[in-house]
Design a binder for this molecule. Sequence first.
Ligand code: ZN
Ligand code: ZN
Ligand code: ZN
Length: 366
Amino acid sequence: MNDLYPAERLRQVADGVRDHGLGALLLTPGPDLRYVTGYEAKQLERLTCLVVPAGGDPFLVVPRLELKAAQASPAGDLGVELVTWGETDDPFGLIAGRVRDCESVAVADRMWALFTLRFAEAFPKARQVLASEVLSPIRVRKSEAEVAALREAGAAIDRVHAQVPGWLRPGVTEREVGAKITEAILAAGHVSVDFTIVGSGPNAASPHHEVSDRVINSGDVVVVDIGGTMPSGYCSDCTRTYAVGTPPEEFAAYYRVLQSAQDAACEAAGPGVPAENVDAAARDIITAAGYGEWFIHRTGHGIGLETHEDPYIVSGNDTPLEPGMAFSVEPGIYPGPHGARIEDIVVCTSSGRERLNQAPRDLVIV
Ligand code: ZN
Ligand code: ZN
Ligand code: ZN
C-alpha cells in the first residue's frame, strides 16, 4: 500500500457499511475495488470479490489461478484474508455461507449483471443497493496524493495538446490526427487511451463525436477532447478548440463568449459553493449572449479513477463543493455548422480552486 491507496481506507469503508446499516459490501473488479484495495483486478467471468461484512473482517475471494496476482497487488499487503476457489466450486455460495442473514448488500455500481443476479440468488432475502451509497462520499473527496496524481495526469494531457497544432492542417483526416494523438497520449505517460475526439467542421457540434474519415479543410474549427489513464489509475480529460486557417466570423464571436463563460465557471468554484452554481456561472454568460440553446450539456463531471464520477456540475445538484473534489469545467456552444468546447479539470481547495490543465485557452489558429 502507499499514499495513493492507503490501508486505512478499508477500515473507513467498513465503518461506512455499518453506518449505512448494510449487511455487506461486495466489490467485483473495477474502480471501487481498486480504490479500496489498490488491486487492479481483471474483469473476468470467474468471480473476484472483496467482501466487507458489517459484522466481521473483510475478505477477498479470488479464483485460485488469480491468487498470485492478488498477492502481488497492493491488496496483498492489506492484511485481508484471501479466500480462493477452484474451478468446480461455487464462490457465491461460499460468500453467502460466510456472511449470513443479510437484509441488504451493496454491490459495486459497475458489477456485471452476471454476478449481480447470482448474488441475488445467493442472498435471497437481501435487498441490493449500490455501493456508491457508501463509497461515493469517500471517493468524492480526493486525498493530497490523489490530487497529485490528477495533477500529473493533467500535465501529461497538456503535453499532448501542445503537439496538436502541429498535426492539424488542410488535407488530413480526423482519423489520421486521432492516430497521432493516441500515440502521444501513451508517450506522455498514460497506460491507456480512454477517448480521442477530433471533431472538425460540423462534427465539432457533436460533443461526443470520436473520429471519422472527414478531411479537415481550411476554415474548419476542430474540437479536440482527449484523455487517458495514468499508471496511478487516475484519469486525464482536456478539451481545446483549434481553428485551421481563419474561422468564420460568427465562430470567433461565440468563442470569446465561451472562453469568458469557462473562466467564470472556474472562478466560481470553491469550498461551500453548490455544484450547480458553477454550472450557472457558465450558463448565465452563454445565455445572456444569446447562445443558451446551443449549450446542450451539463458544465462538468467529477474525475478520479473514472473519467465520469461524482460530483456532477449540473443544475439540480446543490452539493456544496469541498476541498479535494475534482471535476471538469467544460461548457460548449454547438450552433451546427461548427462548435466549440473548452475543458479543464479543476480541484476545489480550502481557499478556492486549482486548474489542473494549463494549455492555452485563447483560440489557437494553425
Ligand atoms: Zn463528455
Ligand atoms: Zn473531455
Ligand atoms: Zn470531460
